[in-house]
Design a protein. Structure first.
Length: 134
């Protein structure tokens, strides 16, 4: 999503401390995903591509760039194997912006996400939507 930076929300504990879940969260998020943002400042449909620690996001309608940078993806999240923690750190035009999401997978190829988008050193705004593997 365009322009997200600043503080993230909440705290995370990415350790296996309960072993709950159905192992739906994939070990790696690499590849292309349809990203439908349904709430927050950047509502729209995007294509997000992840790999090698880097990401690119383009608008689905016209393939115009909407952001790029580095990411961290960690699962399980809080001991739940259906959850993952995804942090997007933007570079280039949106350097310093940040998205911080918890993904809830219903299978290896589909998830809902919620968290914050932050830009320009401002506090985060809530955002959410769905991810579906292409």
């Amino acid at each position: 999503l365009m322009a997200p930076a600043g503080p993230s929300y909440g705290t995370t504990d990415d350790t296996t401390d309960g072993g709950t879940g159905n192992n739906y969260a994939p070990a790696d998020i690499a590849g292309a995903w349809d990203m439908n943002v349904t709430s927050g400042p950047y509502v729209g449909t995007y294509i997000a591509t992840f790999g090698g620690g880097s990401f690119t996001i383009v608008r689905a309608a016209d393939s115009n760039p909407a952001g790029e940078g580095t990411y961290t993806y960690t699962t399980p999240h809080n001991g739940n194997t259906d959850l993952a923690h995804l942090v997007l750190n933007y570079t280039g035009e949106f350097a310093g912006d940040k998205d911080d999401y918890v993904l809830t997978f219903s299978n290896q190829n589909a998830a809902t996400f919620s968290g914050t988008v932050s830009s320009g050193g401002q506090g985060g705004e809530a955002a959410g939507g769905t991810l579906t593997r292409r």
